[in-house]
Design a protein around this ligand. Structure first.
Ligand code: C2O
Ligand code: CU
Length: 488
């Protein structure tokens, strides 16, 4: 790969790109796709380290966070579909770390999973990542070593891959929504990390929500503007329940992958599980002076994103008529007639009735697992990372994974290196088993509520060792992880 001249590097520098000031709020760099010609993306340096962030807003005490470049979120990395990203991790943290590129179907050696695909990078050391991105869409990056600790402190950033011919929009805006547990003096509550009680329940949820590292994002917009909103849930465990008011939006992509047909958000309701992303098209059609608000309602009703519709001239005479449809990414269709099916029995946690599980080849009772190893969850009777893969298949094999949530808690099951399609989603109700409607979307994470069963399918087309785990990071650390192998 050619090194771009330094002038080009600073122009397209992801790290210190233009800072947009909107309504008195500093937002991290957000760029509208430029009509630049296809070039290799300029190299990036990611330096996770300590920093200070105004999580509660201007004028209030700041919080010591861990972030890429000392900022939260880390820089928005933007590249084009088919480009090669070259990123050097330089670890300024007091702990070993890695970078995982969540949702990107890339070379397994670059997947960033400590102990599985690489050794964790020690403090002061560096690691060079280099991979080509096959899919356009909204993705993100974060550590895959002690994720429950490092991500709770702010280590994450968005990674946006632009379509070769992006849809026509007036603005392309990205928002990372996070959940923090802060003390009353705004300091990060480190004492609450690693508490087994929370690990055995719904995971560590906090008391402060932020969007792009601030309490709220507020922007002024013109009537009849069309916005593309990229929303990401970067929280450890909170399932975001979002409500859009004052506008109409269409879902155009889920977990980075375009939906077959854009669909209107029903009643403005949107559920975003941990690690989930959704791309929305929002047409500003409200009256001048009114607002479009996206609020989070899972416990405290909080407006997170606000668009003030300008009283000045409208952007155009009426809403844009351009198509919202995104070009599909090159994901192979599963061959269900020749699929191999594997069953994953999810057990453990509070009120789960799990008595024992296997850890490092030895059966242990739950008390010992919890006390000695902080493990309280299991997949197929094994707590923590098993030595042997959950399954091993040849490249090109269609796989169906049947997941049974035999716990009292929801789980956001994440597949590495592949996107999956839900075939069946069954809910256990008092009246019996009920099959829920499913879409044809491709997802990298799927949410199973307590007692639910779900079957997903995908073509195992990416050779290597891939993790499958709950993305509620305390559940992952507490035992809900395994891996599968695709043999070239
Ligand atoms: Cu977002 Cu295994 O990761
Ligand atoms: Cu879970």
């Amino acid at each position: 790969m050619k090194r771009p001249p330094s002038g080009g590097l600073s122009r397209r520098s992801f790290l210190h790109g233009g800072v947009a000031v909107a309504g008195g709020l500093l937002l991290p760099p957000l760029r509208v796709p430029s009509p630049a010609h296809a070039t290799p993306a300029p190299p990036v340096e990611l330096r996770p380290g300590k920093g200070l962030a105004s999580l509660l807003g201007k004028g209030l005490p700041r919080t010591e966070i861990w972030g890429y470049g000392g900022q939260v979120p880390g820089p928005v990395l933007r590249l084009r579909q088919g480009e090669t990203l070259s990123a050097t991790l330089v670890n300024d943290l007091p702990q070993p770390t890695t970078v995982h590129w969540h949702g990107l179907r890339i070379d397994n050696k670059m997947d960033g999973v400590a102990k599985l695909t690489q050794a964790a990078v020690a403090p002061g050391q560096r690691f060079h990542y280099r991979f080509t991105v096959p899919d356009a869409g909204t993705f993100w990056y974060h550590p895959h070593n002690r994720s429950w600790d490092q991500m709770a402190r702010g280590l994450y950033g968005l990674l946006i891959v632009e379509e070769r011919t992006p849809p026509q929009v007036d603005r392309d805006l990205a928002f990372a929504i996070d959940d923090w547990y802060l003390k009353s003096d705004a300091s990060f509550d480190a004492d609450s990390l690693g508490q087994l009680g929370e690990w055995a329940h719904g995971g560590r949820t906090g008391n402060v929500l932020t969007v792009n590292g601030r309490p709220e994002a507020r922007l002024s917009v013109a009537r009849f503007e069309r916005l593309r909103l990229r929303l990401a849930n970067t929280a450890n465990a909170r399932i975001l329940q979002l409500r859009l008011q004052g506008g109409e939006a269409w879902t155009i992509a889920v977990d980075g992958q375009p939906v077959a047909q854009p669909r209107r958000l029903r009643n403005g309701h949107l559920i975003l599980p941990p690690a989930g992303r959704v791309d929305l098209m929002l047409d500003i059609t409200g009256t001048p002076g009114s607002q479009v608000v996206i609020a989070e309602v899972s416990d405290i009703r909080l407006p997170l994103i606000r668009f003030d519709i300008d009283r000045k001239a409208a952007k155009r005479a009426g809403p844009r008529q351009d198509s919202m449809k995104l070009p599909p990414n090159p994901i192979p269709e599963p061959d269900l007639a020749n699929a191999l099916t594997f069953t994953l029995d999810m057990t453990g946690g509070a009120m789960g009735g799990m008595r024992s599980a296997i850890y490092k080849g030895r059966e242990m009772d739950l008390r010992e697992l919890a006390a000695k190893h902080n493990l309280i969850w299991a997949f197929n009777g094994v707590a923590g990372m098993p030595d042997k893969p959950f399954f091993s298949v040849r490249k090109g094999q269609t796989v169906v994974v049947k997941m049974l949530n035999n716990t009292a808690w929801p789980h956001a099951m994440h597949f590495h290196g592949h996107h999956v399609r839900v075939l069946k989603h069954i809910r256990e109700t008092r009246a019996g088993r009920r099959e829920l409607a499913v879409t044809k979307d491709w997802r990298d994470s799927v949410l199973l509520e307590r007692g639910e069963e779900m079957q997903v399918a995908f073509v195992a087309d990416n050779p290597g060792k891939w993790m499958l785990h709950c993305h509620m990071l305390e559940h992952q650390a507490g035992g809900m992880m395994t891996w599968f192998e695709v043999i070239a």
